[in-house]
Ligand binder design. Structure first.
Ligand SMILES: [Zn+2]
Length: 160
């Protein structure tokens, strides 16, 4: 039996089409990207998380000479938010890049980040809005991390 998945997302050429709080979150992610520690890849990423209480927690990628020891901007932000505000659901996550050589299109989180972010959708039973902006200004908006990871691994798979 053939089956098909459809993923819904929105694309904007201009941030003015977005709600003010999304634009603000993108601005904070942009600032964070400029502070990324990416001496090896020079692929700078910034992330900003908006919590249910309105607090914004930010992160940037942190690389390491021993490559796997570094961490993506998304997980720096999300883990920091979860550690400092464990009772606050994550409402939205903005991700921007300042890649020197890349196409300039929005860059989606890596697989490990998708799984990590999804954990907090499960925890709070609330979708996380994901806002991606590339260097060329194109913006993609997804209503849930599930759209980025349709076949997800969850605690239910372990019978938990
Ligand atoms: Zn990642």
């Amino acid at each position: 039996m053939d089956k098909q998945l459809n993923i819904h997302y929105q694309e904007f050429a201009d941030e003015n089409a977005l709600p003010l709080q999304d634009r603000e979150l993108l601005r904070q992610a942009e600032t964070m990207a400029s502070k990324a520690y990416a001496p090896y890849s020079r692929f700078k990423v910034g992330a900003a998380v908006r919590l249910a209480n309105g607090v914004v927690v930010c992160g940037s990628n942190q690389e390491n000479a021993a490559y796997p020891s570094g961490l993506c901007a998304e997980r720096v932000a999300v883990f920091s938010a979860a550690a400092n505000y464990p009772d606050q659901a994550i409402e939205a996550l903005a991700i921007t890049t300042q890649a020197e050589k890349a196409s300039g299109d929005p860059v989606a989180p890596c697989g490990a980040c998708r799984q990590s972010i999804l954990e907090y959708e499960h925890k709070f039973q609330q979708p996380i809005r994901v806002i991606l902006r590339g260097k060329n200004g194109t913006i993609l908006v997804l209503d849930s991390v599930r759209s980025l990871l349709p076949f997800q691994f969850s605690a239910e798979d372990m019978g938990l």
